[in-house]
Design a protein around this ligand. Structure first.
Ligand SMILES: Nc1ncnc2c1ncn2[C@@H]1O[C@H](COP(=O)(O)OP(=O)(O)OP(=O)(O)O)[C@@H](O)[C@H]1O
Ligand SMILES: [Zn+2]
Length: 647
């Protein structure tokens, strides 16, 4: 069968013949991206732009089949393009080694494509591409896999839900005191080692922000004695940081760090007897004792008989004398480490990281593929677990947990990549009525399921905007030029935003005279014109560059023609919540992956727009509430707004 037989059958001969000139943007050349690039090339697409910001890592080779060992450290986009070009002599692949969020990839650039295919691994980049495709009105195929599960979703502006029409789950966070003082699970110790200890020792000097965090915790009614202890801890860190940065090749700095966090800090915590009334107290570890084998952690009474007939204590939690752990020794990464081995690994990894600082690296943060940071987090979390009587984890398990990794499965990537091409062909055929979201599910009898595509969410903050574009020289164009130019004869009251930043409102027009450059509103960014009465959709203006032939003597900006006409907004009713129930406090999770967050109790207010509670319907009334000490947390849709009263 000839290459392209299937595509020709689906598209028909006329549309198929256009495939070679269809401009495809493929974002991401990782697990899905490599498979997908191979598929689009083999299908007969002839004009492909492949973009990825990363270089090839050894750990990519097991599933990213366009890469070989010799390619490690090379640009993913370049190597993938090179390899896949050989699959079809007629294909043009333009590789770009860059971040899709870079300013040159503006709305005009996105508009040059006929279709965009996402093969990304993070929410932030996905949401960005979604927004750009909405602004440029280019069809998008969005996809993702998680182990055996996968999903492919076609997105078409004004016809289907966009990626942001539905709230996405945010990763789990933990209360700060669980992480800092009272861990009870291995993950608490791993988060402590990765997000707290590693950055305290090798990250930026966060003295000031740490103080603010502690002051905030104090104001939120946390135990004053505990906060004072944490403050003392912070000061002691300074000494360790200095030692790590002073040239020396011995283990002194590692010892100092160890004694601070696994000994002195534990002793300090133990002195707060109240904390240990309802939970088991931790045990301070001894550096020298572990080294010379005299330190025994929580000895248990059971004895075993050794071959020479003497009884010795077993299961003493140093982890080095149980037959089970000895038998588990297989691959190095999957070995349960003893207390001694964890200490050795702690010393060795601290020395390696300290040497990197001394060699000029300014800060070091966790990367699961950086052996030094992974070793450090493995050792430090296991030592902390030992002190708190929590099970230790192997290096492999720590890597999975700290890297939030769900194992990637090449087969799932392959199935998803095949589905992406089928969805792309359907979009190009404009078979909108028959398109569906397709899911790979963990069901042997029915591995693929599909769902009809819901229409856009009327209150989506992304795809319900009216998008337009202004091409300009930001150093010579003022905010007023753009806002007045876009509104034309329209004299309604508006506020102007860039992301969450307010730049102007009906009572504050100081910025209208300033240039866009001065306001840091440059290529690739969006200005939002929000209707003060909340009646009309927001106008979202992409900032682009002037065409090269733009006449010198004409204004330094080009307005769209015709001017955008925002539609009436579909009104959402805001939820009502009784005023007087502080016990039913609102709790929100932080959006950040491993942020250590304290959940604060807060009182809820009514959020009625019709008189009996604060009015949220206009930007001005929202700002007024903020000035009055109320924080408004925007949900993904306006109707979800929550108000938290700050005491
Ligand atoms: N903002 C972005 N701009 C460009 N490419 C991106 C961006 N964010 C992520 N990517 C790319 O998307 C790809 C996602 O692929 P994948 O999920 O297989 O990740 P990976 O980094 O190759 O593998 P793993 O995370 O499992 O080690 C990666 O190659 C990554 O570099
Ligand atoms: Zn949407």
């Amino acid at each position: 069968m000839a290459r392209g037989t299937h595509a020709a059958a689906i598209l028909g001969p006329e549309l198929y013949s256009r495939l070679s000139n269809t401009r495809v943007l493929l974002v991401g050349a990782g697990g899905i991206g490599c498979e997908l690039l191979k598929n689009v090339v083999m299908t007969g697409f002839g004009d492909i732009t492949l973009l990825d910001l990363d270089t090839i890592d050894l750990s990519n080779l097991n599933r990213q089949f366009l890469f070989r060992k010799k390619d490690v450290k090379q640009s993913k986009a370049m190597v993938a393009a090179n390899t896949a070009s050989a699959f079809n002599p007629h294909v043009r692949i333009d590789p770009i080694h860059a971040n899709i969020k870079d300013p040159q990839f503006d709305v005009s650039w996105f508009r040059t494509f006929d279709i965009v295919l996402n093969a990304l691994d993070n929410l932030d980049a996905r949401r960005h591409v979604n927004k750009m495709c909405m602004a440029a009105n280019v069809p998008l195929v969005e996809s993702g896999t998680a182990g055996y599960l996968g999903q492919v979703q076609p997105i078409l502006k004004d016809r289907t839900e966009c990626f942001d029409c539905v709230t996405k789950q945010t990763p789990k966070t933990f209360p700060v005191c669980t992480i800092r003082s009272t861990p009870s699970q291995p993950i608490h110790c791993i988060v402590w080692a990765k997000s707290y200890l590693l950055s305290q020792l090798f990250g930026e000097d966060e003295d000031a922000s740490g103080e603010v965090e502690l002051n905030d915790a104090l104001h939120q009614g946390e135990n004053a004695q505990e906060i004072a202890t944490l403050r003392k801890e912070a000061q002691a860190f300074k000494r360790v940081r200095t030692a790590l940065r002073s040239p020396s090749n011995d283990e002194e700095a590692a010892k100092l760090a160890f004694e601070k966090v696994f000994h002195s800090d534990v002793l300090n915590l133990l002195s707060m007897s109240d904390m240990w009334k309802t939970r088991a107290p931790p045990v301070p570890l001894s550096f020298e004792g572990i080294k010379d084998g005299t330190f025994i952690l929580r000895e248990k009474p059971t004895n075993k008989v050794t071959p020479n007939g003497t009884a010795t204590p077993v299961n003493n939690q140093n982890g080095h004398d149980t037959p089970a752990s000895a038998a588990a020794v297989g691959l190095k990464d999957q070995k349960t480490l003893t207390l001694e081995e964890n200490l050795e690994l702690f010393i060795a990894s601290t020395r390696r990281l300290a040497a990197r600082l001394q060699a000029g690296e300014e800060t070091i943060s966790f990367d699961k593929d950086d052996d030094d940071t992974l070793d450090f987090v493995t050792a430090a979390s296991n030592l902390r677990s030992a002190a708190y009587n929590i099970d230790g984890k192997t290096r492999w398990e720590v890597k999975e947990m700290a890297g939030n990794i769900i194992p990637a499965i090449a087969t799932t990537n392959a199935i998803v990549s095949g589905l992406i091409v089928l969805q792309a062909l359907q979009l190009l055929r404009k078979a909108h009525g028959t398109m569906k979201t397709v899911m790979i599910q963990y069901k042997r009898t029915n591995p693929l399921s599909s769902a009809t595509l819901p229409p856009p969410n009327p209150s989506c903050a992304v795809c319900r905007d009216t998008f337009t574009e202004v091409l300009c020289d930001p150093s010579r164009t003022t905010l007023g030029d753009v806002v007045q130019g876009i509104l034309g004869e329209d004299e309604r009251e508006v506020s102007v935003y860039e992301e969450k930043r307010i730049l102007a409102d009906p009572d504050w027009d100081d910025n209208l005279e300033r240039t866009l450059e001065d306001l840091n509103v440059t290529r690739g960014k969006f200005l939002n014109i929000v209707d003060e009465d909340g009646e009309l959709e927001t106008i979202s203006i992409g900032i682009g560059v002037l065409p090269p032939n733009h006449p010198e003597d004409s204004p330094p900006f080009v307005l769209p023609h015709p001017l955008p006409q925002p539609q009436k907004k579909v009104k959402m009713k805001l939820p009502m919540t009784p005023l007087s129930s502080p016990t039913k406090a609102t709790k929100r999770r932080a959006p950040d992956d491993d942020s250590i967050m304290e959940e604060q109790p807060a009182k809820r207010l009514k959020t009625s727009p019709n008189g009996d509670g604060p009015d949220l319907s206009t930007p001005r009334s929202k700002r007024q509430l903020e000035e009055d000490g109320l924080i408004i947390l925007d949900g993904p849709e306006d109707g979800d707004a929550e108000i938290i009263l700050v005491d």
